[in-house]
Ligand binder design. Structure first.
Ligand code: FES
Length: 70
């Protein structure tokens, strides 16, 4: 996992998305609220979904409900 740019519109990197996931984000909506990635053109949403899926698959407790942000 590197620091590639995922959302060009909001200049959000994979590292920032992973950081949000580590802090408790669970869904694409969580990532959008925390990082603003995927809130402009939406072209990066598939990539965000993939990062979330990969991250959730590695969680020891498995995927869980979204935490409430904002
Ligand atoms: S590239 Fe992410 S919203 Fe446009």
């Amino acid at each position: 996992m590197g620091n590639r740019l995922i959302c060009i519109c909001s200049m959000v990197s994979e590292k920032e998305i992973l950081s949000a996931l580590k802090k408790g984000a669970r869904t694409t909506a969580d990532i959008q609220k925390i990082t603003t990635a995927g809130t402009t053109c939406g072209k990066c949403l598939l990539s965000i979904d993939q990062i979330i899926e990969e991250f959730n698959a590695k969680r020891p407790e498995g995927p869980q409900q979204s935490l409430q942000f904002g």
